[in-house]
Write a protein that binds this ligand. Structure first.
Ligand code: PBG
Length: 339
């Protein structure tokens, strides 16, 4: 007679999932998802001046930098093996059509030249291509009246997007990332690059970019908040059919995008997974945006959560959802092992 305290065959599991969790080495052996530094891109906010590091109140650890400070930052990023930087220019003066963005002596052109010098081909210098930081109204292009209200003039903006792309390319950018969600923007950029002997330059499209509350802190950093209205007439509606994101990606690929992006990251992991499955061979980037960063920072400052664990778990989830490349304000901290 079996005794009551002896395990009964069949009543205890033969297969035990815990066997592959019982110590760190065995857990690491079966890990699949990693966060390599060379897959991370670090955004930089740049302004004129010397020795300037303006802290962004809503983004602890993030600064607006003058170009000499940017160069120091790039030295550090190189030593950490970060894949690239994504440059955002903040001009001294803004106007209705964002002229500084089209100026070969403007902030973004100067920043690209200085960044390329510093990078020494050790990391990629990528430019965000948009107008919202350069226009006095804060919208992502020039305005016209559509159906009785001011709105971005799609086709007039396309022409300016092309001009801006040429400024970035001539300054030496390694890759251009149009972020305005203007219809046809990838074709416009590809066209002008190809006509000007920049056919080798890759384009990373902010392909499925949602009109999101998670961009709030970025707009402090880039000084790019719309002065009236919002961006719902060009960025995607969070409640839109998920298929719409796939159409955006498909169109951008047809226009010549080399890398496509889903943005924001954390609350759009489903979209990322769909893009990954529908386009299995296309490099996919995710933008872990400012609001995602600030929420974690704020809670960590209060001691409510453990920043390192949350950051690693978040970036792991983004990679697991299918993103190859992650643009994140934590790039440096991750690579340096600070989080
Ligand atoms: C547009 C742009 C934005 C972000 C990246 N590029 C802001 C917007 O669309 O309003 C947001 C990035 C972030 O929130 O971290 N130039």
């Amino acid at each position: 007679m079996p005794q009551n305290d002896t395990p009964q065959p069949g009543t205890f599991p033969v297969v035990r999932m815990r066997r592959l969790r019982y110590n760190k080495l065995v857990r690491e052996l079966v890990q699949e998802t990693s966060i390599p530094p060379d897959k991370l891109i670090y955004p930089l906010f740049l302004r004129s001046g010397q020795g300037i590091r303006v802290p962004i109140g809503s983004m602890p650890g993030v600064f607006q930098l003058s170009l000499d400070e940017m160069v120091r930052e790039i030295e550090e990023l190189k030593s950490l093996g970060i894949g690239g930087v994504l440059l955002f220019g903040i001009p001294d003066t803004k106007d209705a059509c964002g002229s500084d963005a089209l100026n070969s002596q403007g902030i973004i052109a100067q920043a690209v030249r200085a960044a390329k010098d510093a990078a020494q081909e050790k990391l990629l210098v990528i430019t965000d291509l948009c107008f919202c930081e350069y226009t006095d109204h804060g919208h992502c292009g020039i305005l016209t009246e559509i159906a009785g209200h001011a709105d971005v003039d799609n086709d007039a903006t396309l022409k300016m997007i092309a001009d801006q792309a040429l400024v970035h390319a001539e300054a030496g950018a390694d890759m251009i990332a149009p972020s305005g969600m203007i219809d046809g923007m990838i074709g416009a950029v590809r066209g002008i690059l190809d006509r000007n002997r920049f056919e080798h330059l890759p384009v990373m499209s902010y392909a499925a970019k949602y009109a999101s509350g998670f961009y709030g802190p970025f707009r402090d950093a880039a000084e790019s908040a719309p002065q009236f209205g919002d961006r719902r007439s060009y960025q995607m509606d969070p409640a839109a059919a998920a298929e719409q994101a796939l159409r955006e990606v498909e169109l951008d690929l047809a226009e010549g995008a080399d890398i496509v992006m889903v943005k924001p990251a954390m609350v759009y992991l489903d979209i990322m997974r769909m893009v990954r499955e529908r386009f299995p061979n296309v490099p996919l980037a995710a933008y872990n945006v400012s609001g995602e960063y600030s929420m974690v920072k704020a809670a960590a400052e209060r001691g409510w959560i453990d920043e390192s664990r949350i950051v690693r778990e978040t970036l792991t989830a983004i990679r697991r959802a299918g993103a190859n490349i992650i643009i994140t304000y934590w790039a440096k901290d991750i690579a340096a092992g600070n989080v």
